[in-house]
Write a protein that binds this ligand. Structure first.
Ligand code: HEC
Length: 223
């Protein structure tokens, strides 16, 4: 009798425990439509590469806390709950809702970048490849063509008090200087013998490279 009582108690305990165990909501695969205005490679990957996949942080070599944030397949493995940004540790860390605010030791992500990550998670965190490249190779004005590319793809690693490669790319004169004396053009073209940039195997599009090259050929104006 006592044994049966214990057994029943035990089974009830298990039932109660599993009922209480909190499973975060995950958007069903069939409802992961993606945000039609967003494209992972174009809009999200550059943020992850530049802000998170730095050496010493979340590149393949360092993978702090098991997070490698250098490609879609790696990013989606850990810390992203499709459809539920509030339960996604990566989202929590860039908004400061976990103990450690990320990126560590660098500026916080901008509101715009955080919103992009949120929108991407809400619609299922999918990798949509059918994206138009939003690029005009004839736009080689520094402020409208070149600097936005550098800000999006490069500045995360090349800013702050300990920039990667000991190179800052946060202003006109720093970017110009990197073309003149740090082989910036060879790096973005992934030429052999130079570190390919933006690093981690992510390439700028041919159109974006043309924008920067045309700006250089036209005399690197501060326009
Ligand atoms: C994920 C981090 C990261 C991103 C993003 C990144 N870089 Fe770098 N960059 C590095 C590291 C690390 C080095 C040092 C590499 C080395 O010396 O082998 C470096 C070095 C460089 C150098 C110096 C090369 C030399 O020969 O001295 C240039 C120029 C450069 N980066 C340009 C860029 C540009 C332009 C972008 C954006 C299109 C970019 N980087 C994005 C990490 C990054």
């Amino acid at each position: 009798m006592l044994k049966t009582g214990l057994l029943i108690g035990f089974i009830c305990g298990i039932a109660l425990f599993s009922a209480c165990e909190h499973q975060p909501y995950v958007l069903p695969v069939s409802e992961r439509t993606g945000d039609s205005a967003l494209c992972f490679d174009r809009d999200l990957l550059p943020i992850f590469i530049s802000q998170c996949a730095k050496s010493g942080c979340h590149d393949a070599g360092t993978h702090k806390k098991g997070y490698i944030l250098d490609s879609y397949d790696n990013i989606i493995k850990k810390g992203i709950v499709p459809g539920n940004y509030a339960a996604s540790r990566i989202y929590m860390s860039v908004t400061g809702t976990t103990e450690e605010m990320m990126p560590k030791g660098a500026d916080n992500l901008t509101e715009e970048q955080i919103t992009l990550i949120k929108r991407w998670i809400v619609k299922g965190a999918i990798k949509d490849n059918n994206c138009t490249p939003l690029c005009d190779s004839d736009n080689y004005v520094f402020s409208a063509g070149v600097q936005p590319i550098v800000n999006k793809y490069c500045t995360g690693c090349h800013s702050g008090s300990a920039p990667q490669g000991n190179l800052l790319l946060t202003s006109y004169s720093e970017i110009k200087g990197a073309v003149q004396s740090r082989n910036l053009i060879k790096c973005i073209n992934y030429e052999t013998g130079y570190p390919g940039m933006p690093n981690s195997g992510l390439h700028l599009s041919t159109c974006q490279i043309r924008q920067i090259e045309k700006w250089v050929s036209a005399g690197m104006l501060n326009n």
